[in-house]
Design a protein around this ligand. Sequence first.
Ligand SMILES: [Zn+2]
Length: 270
Amino acid sequence: MLIIFLILGLIVGSFLNVLVYRIHTAEELFWDRSKCPHCKAQIRWFDNIPVVSFVILKFRCRDCQEKISWQYPIVEIFTGIVFALIGWKFFVLIDTASWLPTAFYLFAVSSLISILVYDYLYLEIPGSVLWFSIFLTIIFGLYSDGMSLLSLENNALNLLDTKIYPGVLGAMIAFIFFFSLSFFSKEKWMGMGDAYLVIFLGLILGWPEILLALFLAFFLGAFYGIIAIALKKKKMKSQVPFAPFLVMGTLITLLFYTPIINWYFSLFIG
Ligand SMILES: [Zn+2]
């Protein structure tokens, strides 16, 4: 079953590469055939197979021989792996109630990966993708809570057991924290785009899970910074996009929150 999620992820990853590029160049999103960004030749359908075509073409465009960016297969493989993990974590074939959450989380991680790539390439967060995703996440939360309410006999749903309440709480706290960082540093420490991004992350993860995601983001960011400075790739002051770290922290939290927390507390209990 997981192989199906993996293949679906490879295909979606291939689409996300195109999506990011087309949002940036403001091109038609869906019905145009893919073109080589260098020579503009249309890419033949048999050259458009995720990962496989890349290897067969020996990393070059068939028409102009220009090198194809490593970004393409990396994003495809990464999306494939994340899709397989979402399938492993949320999907149960015989439990139809798991289908909609699975579909939602596949959408959410696709959106997160496109934001990661976009910010990495262009130092900016694509507002259209972000606000649409926030809107859909709220709809999903309300729908899930509505369904849970209907399935309960006494209609007594604990607030903390809902999706929407911890989601909004996590989103608000994270937003206030990042908004302050951005506002008081005049966007030197943190961009305003990151403050809007954590609204989405808070809604997906909820409170207190969002805390782990933010902690991991700062940890990964600091780790990357130390390595980059040690390798003299970056100077102390050079601008590093932060959304990739926020997205990585969120993906890790979404998939492995419970084992990480259990491991963390086991350190103290022994
Ligand atoms: Zn070309």
